[in-house]
Write a protein that binds this ligand. Structure first.
Ligand code: 1MF
Length: 182
């Protein structure tokens, strides 16, 4: 994944647990990279190892860390020069979710090593929809829950998210029921 992802993870960990803990996480993960370059593509393995090491060291399930990271990603990219990208994707949660593939196409034009996931919406009503998530990567559905919650916060909405289909249970993709609370 692009260095931007590892940098965001680093920033979240440094802010919530301090610099010394981040160094320990890197050491435990066996990741000997001093500075992640935003526009360099890194093996996915590095990100997974960092999350795994953080999970062990902090005694928190990887799923919980991934969810927190998803939420952090929407804040981080919103403030690190990608706010316009998110703004252009839509002015409501439904619109933004429906435009995520376009957003990734735009990023992918400039950064060819992007391996974007794909999203599709169904059963869309004023206060509910089902989001379908297709990825080349395993295990990141908990992060998507955090991403959706982060988008909700961007629009000042409180959401109730329920996982429906799960790839780890043999379904062909992951899906989420999203309800916008009044
Ligand atoms: O392949 C990749 O490197 C990659 C990196 C980040 C692919 C996707 C993403 C973003 N995605 C991460 C979790 C899903 C991973 C997966 O299943 O394969 C989050 C997608 C998302 C979902 C809901 C709401 C918002 C979302 O993201 C918004 C977004 C997406 C991509 C970028 C920024 C915001 C982005 C921008 C520039 C990038 C890479 C990603 O690359 C750079 C960065 C700096 C300089 C040069 C290139």
């Amino acid at each position: 994944m692009y260095g931007l992802v590892n940098r965001a993870l680093e920033e979240m960990m440094r802010k919530t647990h301090g610099d010394a803990t981040w160094e320990k996480i890197k050491e435990r993960a066996g990741v000997d990279i001093e500075v992640f370059v935003r526009m360099d593509a890194y093996p996915d393995d590095i990100t997974y190892k960092l999350v795994g090491a953080a999970s062990e060291l902090l005694n928190q399930p990887a799923e919980a860390l991934l969810k927190a990271f998803g939420e952090y990603w929407t804040l981080y990219t919103g403030s690190e020069g990608y706010g316009a990208l998110l703004d252009a994707a839509g002015s409501s949660l439904q619109e933004t979710l429906a435009n995520l593939d376009d957003l990734h196409v735009r990023v992918g034009l400039m950064y060819p090593e992007l391996k974007p996931p794909s999203f599709r919406c169904s059963e869309v009503t004023a206060d509910r929809l089902v989001l379908h998530y297709y990825s080349t990567r395993d295990g990141l559905a908990p992060m998507v829950v955090g991403l959706i919650e982060g988008l909700g916060k961007r629009f000042g909405q409180t959401l109730e998210i329920e996982r429906l289909a799960r790839r780890e249970s043999g379904d062909d993709h992951d899906s989420f029921s999203i309800r916008i609370l009044p």
